[in-house]
Ligand binder design. Structure first.
Ligand code: ATR
Length: 272
C-alpha cells in the first residue's frame, strides 16, 4: 500500500490525515496517510527513513518547512519563492523534490469564494512564513497593489522587497496604515492565541472581503472584527487547507480530487 505522512511538531491536531483519507475514498484508492510527531533536530533523519522504507510522499507543517526546503535537492519555482517546502516526493534520479502548495491553496479558495483580487488594493497582515508563502500568487492575481503590514515593520519591508519584481508591493507598520482596503487577508498567527493585529478603525472598506488563514470550530477573533467592521464576506482558512492538500495529492498521484465535498465534510466534523 502506498504510504504518505504529515510531519510536524505539534502534529496531533493536524486535519491532513483526514483530508487525504477522504480524497482516497473519493477516488477509490487504497493508501495510508498518517501524522508523525518529529522531535526538533530529527527532521532530516525522519524524512530519509520514511522514504527509504518505501514512503511515497510527505507533507511538512510547523516548524519544519524551512528545513524541508534545505533538504530538497530540486525545488519548484513556487517553493523557491516561498523559501519553504510543504510537500516532498522522490523525483527523477531519486532526488528529493520539494514544492509549496500553500499559495495555490489560498488562491484556489479565494477563487471558489469569488474574492475580487484583480485591480484591488489588498492588505496582507503578517510577514512570517505564512505570508511569504502566499505573496507570489497574490501578486500574480493582478491586484492594484499589495500592502504587507507587520508589527516588526522591518520584516515586512524585507518581504516586500523580495517580491517587488512580481508586482506592486509595499510594506507598512500598523501605525502607518491609512485609507481603507477592500480585501484584507490575515496571515499572522495572532488568531491562534486569540489576539487581534492592531488594525486602525475603518481600515476595511464597507462591504469588503476578509480572510483569515487560520481556522477553528468557531469564527476567529479576526473574523468577528471584520464582521463588525462591515465586511460583506468573512472566511476562515479551512478551504485553503483542503486546497493545498489537493494540490499535494495531485503532485503525488496525478489525480485531482473534488475538494467541495471534502471541505463540507471537514466543516461538519469541525463544528461537532
Ligand atoms: P508563520 O510561519 O505562521 O507566519 P511566524 O514566522 O512566526 O509564523 O510569523 C508569525 C507572524 O504573525 C508574524 O508576522 C508576526 O508578527 P511579528 O513579525 O511582528 O512578530 C505575526 N503576529 C503574531 N502575533 C501577532 C499579533 N498578536 N498581532 C499582530 N501580528 C502578530
Amino acid at each position: 500500500m502506498d504510504r504518505y505522512a504529515v510531519l510536524g511538531n505539534p502534529v496531533k491536531h493536524s486535519r491532513s490525515p483526514r483530508i487525504h483519507q477522504l480524497f482516497a475514498q473519493q477516488l477509490g484508492i487504497d493508501m495510508e496517510y498518517r501524522s508523525i510527531h518529529v522531535e526538533l533536530g530529527s527532521f532530516t533523519d525522519t524524512v530519509r527513513h520514511f522514504f527509504l522504507a518505501g514512503g511515497r510522499g510527505v507533507n511538512i507543517t510547523v516548524p519544519f518547512k524551512q528545513e524541508a526546503f534545505q533538504l530538497a535537492e530540486v525545488h519548484s519555482q513556487r517553493a523557491l519563492r516561498a523559501e519553504a517546502v510543504n510537500t516532498l516526493l522522490l523525483g527523477k534520479n531519486n532526488l528529493y523534490y520539494g514544492d509549496n502548495t500553500d499559495g495555490v491553496g489560498l488562491l484556489r479558495d479565494l477563487k471558489r469564494l469569488s474574492f475580487p483580487l484583480q485591480g484591488r488594493r489588498i492588505l496582507l497582515l503578517g510577514a512570517g512564513g505564512a505570508a511569504r508563502g502566499v505573496l507570489a500568487p497574490l501578486l500574480e492575481a493582478g491586484p492594484a497593489e499589495v500592502t504587507v503590514v507587520n508589527r516588526d515593520a522591518g520584516r515586512a519591508a524585507l518581504l516586500a522587497h523580495a517580491f517587488s519584481d512580481l508586482g506592486k508591493v509595499r510594506s507598512a507598520a500598523y501605525g502607518d496604515l491609512s485609507g481603507s482596503y477592500p480585501v484584507i487577508i490575515n496571515a499572522t498567527s495572532a488568531s491562534l492565541s486569540g489576539e487581534l493585529p492592531p488594525l486602525p478603525e475603518h481600515i476595511l472598506t464597507q462591504g469588503g472581503y476578509a480572510y483569515d488563514m487560520m481556522y477553528g470550530a468557531q469564527p476567529t477573533i479576526f473574523m468577528h472584527w471584520a464582521l463588525q467592521a462591515g465586511a460583506a464576506e468573512v472566511h476562515d482558512g479551512l478551504g485553503m487547507l483542503v486546497e493545498q492538500a489537493a494540490e499535494a495529492f495531485f503532485l503525488w498521484r496525478h489525480q485531482r480530487p473534488d475538494t467541495a465535498p471534502v471541505l463540507a465534510q471537514l466543516r461538519a466534523e469541525l463544528v461537532v
